[in-house]
Design a binder for this molecule. Structure first.
Ligand SMILES: NC(=O)c1ccc[n+]([C@@H]2O[C@H](COP(=O)([O-])OP(=O)(O)OC[C@H]3O[C@@H](n4cnc5c(N)ncnc54)[C@H](O)[C@@H]3O)[C@@H](O)[C@H]2O)c1
Length: 349
């Protein structure tokens, strides 16, 4: 059994994945905090942990966990991460998206820096075999020098589901720095997701400082309900085509479609399917890297700065849509331009 213990804030749907990861890593989850009695009862049924709280700050003060998972809705991530860091927690896994805007992200980073807390933002797909192997193949030169990329996200919005897509796009390309981008979003339906307004669709052209560029479409723009676009209709969750001077890498997302291999390299008319190697659970691997980071100060691929870089692209897309112009990076705006547009009535029904 590990020398670490853990506690969870928010015991809803996604917390189950965190509990499984702690179990696989041999780390006891000793307490949970949730404002819902139903959630706390579920936790008592699922585990033999004794400590349940409705006040997460009291939980941290009384239990002093080494590790905290913040698995509540997006608006609560910032306050909870800052409160946990200020109480001396060693490591935090914060669910994605990191925060509602860059001002919050900066506060989270500052609080963790001040307390020496290691913060990760849970873009856990990074560790799934198809994405990890795709990244390794591209880095090893399997498609030559990369010049461009396409990414498609089937769900609607980049500030919830699409944060994974933007994270993956950046990581497949080797985390290049964004130079500038141009984007448009449609937020007319007024839909809410995890407690905040989100857009229905969008599209972006992203240019990187290393002269690579990417096109990203999401929601209705990347799904076209009335016109079955190919290859978009065949992706599960999201999909990527990375173009190099010796071929292209095609990645169909989370699950295979029919019998098509989920990951393949295409050179001319030759298609090379890539066999996937099984790995441990994605959040377990994220957690193991977090422990390594706590013990050796090793950089974590999903650290808070990485989460902020992804959030900066999301906010950059919104800012480009708001200002109807190309946006240069680094981004200066600290508020959430999409929510500001909603409040200003820019998306009448
Ligand atoms: N990484 C992923 O693949 C992935 C997948 C799904 C969701 N998420 C993210 O996980 C987060 C949670 O999503 P979910 O689907 O589990 O939501 P959920 O609604 O199922 O669970 C959230 C829980 O937080 C609790 N809560 C609310 N306020 C609280 C407070 N003040 N203190 C303690 N608990 C409180 C709620 O009672 C609820 O039980 C979201 O930010 C979402 O974006 C990530």
């Amino acid at each position: 059994m590990s020398t670490y213990n853990a506690a969870i804030i928010g015991y809803g749907r996604m917390a189950q994945g965190h509990v499984r990861a702690y179990k696989e890593a041999g780390i006891p989850v000793v307490a949970v905090a949730d404002i819902s009695e139903d959630a706390l009862n579920r936790f008592r049924e699922h585990t033999d942990a004794e400590h349940t709280y409705t006040d997460y700050k009291r939980m941290i003060d009384e239990v002093s966990p080494d590790l905290i998972s913040v698995v509540t809705h997006d608006r609560l991530h910032c306050t909870m991460v800052v409160d946990a860091a200020e109480r001396g927690v060693k490591g935090i896994i914060c669910e994605k998206p990191m925060a509602m805007n860059l001002e919050e992200a900066d506060r989270m980073l500052a609080a963790c820096r001040a307390s020496g807390t290691k913060l990760t933002v849970s873009h856990q797909r990074y560790y799934m075999p198809q994405y990890a192997q795709a990244r390794e193949l591209i880095a090893a030169g399997a498609i030559g020098a990369v010049h461009s990329a396409e990414a498609y996200l089937l769900p609607s919005c980049i500030h919830t589901d699409g944060t994974h897509t933007i994270h993956m796009l950046l990581s497949l390309l080797g985390d290049p720095r964004v130079s500038h981008l141009l984007a448009q979003v449609d937020g007319h339906s007024g839909q809410m997701y995890y407690g905040h307004r989100v857009e229905d669709a969008g599209t972006a052209f992203i240019a990187f400082e290393n002269q690579v560029h990417a096109n990203l479409s999401w929601g209705l723009a990347g799904r076209a309900p009335r016109v079955p676009l190919r290859p978009v209709q065949d992706f599960r969750y999201h999909g990527f085509i990375i173009h190099g001077d010796k071929g292209r890498l095609e990645l169909d997302g989370d699950r295979p479609v029919n019998d098509t291999p989920i990951l393949r390299i295409v050179r001319g008319t030759t298609v090379e399917p890539i066999d996937l190697q099984p790995r441990k659970g994605a959040i377990t691997l994220e957690l193991e890297d977090l422990l390594r980071s706590i013990e050796t100060n090793a950089p974590h691929p999903l650290d808070g700065q990485n989460g902020r870089d992804v959030l900066e692209v999301i906010m950059g897309c919104y800012e480009s849509a708001r200002r109807r112009r190309v946006i240069q990076f680094p981004l200066e705006v600290k508020e959430n331009p999409f929510l500001a547009m909603c409040e200003a009535g820019d998306f009448p029904a």
